[in-house]
Ligand binder design. Structure first.
Ligand code: SF4
Length: 85
């Protein structure tokens, strides 16, 4: 897989990974899921971050679309680029 800097999985023509992440997100309990506006705002910050590569945060190893979907997660950078809800 070629390296795509500042790309989300959904922008990478990787249908297998996109579907897998959607499946994971669907299993997050509703009370722990971030609102869609919050997820979008978080992902905009990720897409502006040099640590994002191939949809993965190079600091924590998470697919950011999955991490950002969790209400109580936060960015692992110091200082944090986005906070938990
Ligand atoms: S989670 Fe934080 S450090 Fe990781 S890619 Fe997103 S903004 Fe960057």
């Amino acid at each position: 897989m070629s390296t795509c800097r500042r790309c989300l999985i959904r922008d990478m023509n990787r249908e297998d990974l996109r579907l897998m992440i959607e499946e994971w997100i669907s299993h997050i309990p509703k009370e722990n899921r971030a609102a869609s506006d919050l997820v979008k705002a978080r992902l905009r910050l990720c897409m502006d971050c040099s640590h994002l590569q191939n949809g993965t945060c190079q600091l924590c190893g998470c697919y950011v679309e999955y991490r950002a979907a969790h209400r109580y997660q936060s960015c692992p950078d110091l200082p944090k680029r986005w906070e938990q809800e």
